[in-house]
Design a protein around this ligand. Sequence first.
Ligand SMILES: Nc1ncnc2c1ncn2[C@@H]1O[C@H](COP(=O)(O)OP(=O)(O)OP(=O)(O)O)[C@@H](O)[C@H]1O
Ligand SMILES: [Mg+2]
Length: 229
Amino acid sequence: MTRVIKTTVAMQKGGSGKSTLSRHGSVIMPRTALLDLDPQGTTLRWLERRQQNGDFVPSAIRTTFTRAKEALEIVDSAHAEIDHLIIDTPPEHDDQRTIRFAVQAADFVVLPCKPTPDDLEVLHETLKLVREYGKPYGIVLTMVRQNSRSLKSAKELVARMCAEFGNGELCPHTIGNRTDFVESVFFAKAVTEFAPTSVAAAEIRAVWDWIFERSVAAAKEKDGAVEHG
Ligand SMILES: Nc1ncnc2c1ncn2[C@@H]1O[C@H](COP(=O)(O)OP(=O)(O)OP(=O)(O)O)[C@@H](O)[C@H]1O
Ligand SMILES: [Mg+2]
């Protein structure tokens, strides 16, 4: 592609694994930049610690809604160096302007969701928002316990939501509730660096391969529609 493909990570529920997913994508995927639109700024500190440790630091911009458009222009102009942009978003409810901006800018939207009734309820709300912009999306179940009843129920509910909203699907790979994800943060590392042969590392790689493939397909379809439209 001759432009930067954009994947937005969005979910209105707090603590659903958006930043964990975004940070990992920026380290695992080649030629990938990170746009952090969350005013909390924790990812910036994570990046600073990586720099101090001498670890790979992905291209990253941290900004807020007021300068988000400018940040996107900077990223677009860097398409000779960057193929893919991951946009991390805050957990907004009433004031949804940042999440709306990020969804609108996206080729593909990823919604990480924990398999709990509360999280699934907010997932449904966030999908309504995504539908307003007609964006293709993927749902990634995070912090799951394999073979649990909660995972089975969550998969059924998500399948129903995908049928209701259309244009999206459940990622065939899930991310487990694993201490490697928490412990690696203490060292400002991705789990693929902290525990390269772990299940956590295999899971996050599989999830990102899937997200990237879907993002490329969505971008191609969008550009094709523009050319022929
Ligand atoms: N797969 C996982 N297993 C265990 N813990 C996890 C996993 N993914 C994330 N966590 C932990 O859960 C917490 C919330 O994750 P994270 O910050 O990625 O969520 P978030 O959606 O970005 O939150 P916010 O809405 O506040 O921005 C963090 O402490 C993180 O380390
Ligand atoms: Mg976050």
